[in-house]
Design a binder for this molecule. Sequence first.
Ligand code: FES
Length: 160
Amino acid sequence: MEYIYLTEEIIQRINRYLEKFPRKEQVIIQALHLIYDKYRDIQLEHIQELADYLKEPVATIEGIVSFYDMFRLKRNARHHIRICKNLPCHIMKYKNLLKLIEEKTGVKAGEHDPNGRFYIELVECIGACSIAPAFMIDNDLYDGSKITEEKLDEILSKYT
Ligand code: FES
């Protein structure tokens, strides 16, 4: 099958998830995040390509999409904040960072605000352990260890 939506980059990242995660469902969820982040939506065509690549039934992936509220919540938010919770970021106190971001945005992890500005998600390693605790807003990567209240205000103001 010729892929239109599964770009080379997405496929490479899916391959890394396949090595890292023992359960196919975890790979599917991470792959759906990648697709969502690139296309800001998850359509049947995306699901069909992913199903083909992972050799899984389309219905299995559709089931995961409808089961996980976060995809619906993400669809309803303009900006997606991802905070890494894996060990290096845990050691570097990602929880303090999360608390500050939750306070500043008025949004709890796993939720989005009523204005649909931000959706916050705790995620597995985002490949930026050297700047732990790492976080991303949309496709921008930030070093959480350098975050002060003022700095965070300045960063958040860029995402309207
Ligand atoms: S563990 Fe947090 S970015 Fe790798």
